[in-house]
Write a protein that binds this ligand. Structure first.
Ligand code: SF4
Ligand code: SF4
Length: 93
């Protein structure tokens, strides 16, 4: 079973998103933490099911939705969920 940690909604320039971290996929490599231009990611202070410190969004208010964390994670453990796209998809359905 995977354990997803979902941030609060973050909004900027008409876009709204949440940062989702699948903690059980995370191997604590720190790549997302290194590439984040706003330094808003960090290691959690607890172990995941594999014994790694998973990434965590420590400063959600600083996230600019640049997607660099998602693009650089080798394990697909961190990604952004776009609310507006979801709403648009619902309207189009
Ligand atoms: S989307 Fe960009 S700013 Fe936000 S956590 Fe990921 S790398 Fe950092
Ligand atoms: S890049 Fe992916 S696997 Fe590495 S710490 Fe970040 S979320 Fe975890």
């Amino acid at each position: 079973m995977s354990s997803h940690v979902v941030s609060k909604p973050i909004s900027s320039r008409g876009r709204t998103w949440r940062v989702v971290i699948n903690e059980d996929y995370c191997k604590g490599c720190g790549i997302c933490i290194m590439v984040c231009p706003r330094k808003c990611l960090d290691f959690a202070k607890y172990f995941n099911s594999k014994g790694y410190y998973p990434a965590t969004l420590s400063k959600p208010d600083d996230c600019i939705g640049c997607l660099l964390c998602e693009y650089n994670c080798p394990d697909f453990a961190i990604y952004l969920e776009w609310e507006q796209k979801k709403e648009r998809a619902k309207q189009e359905a």
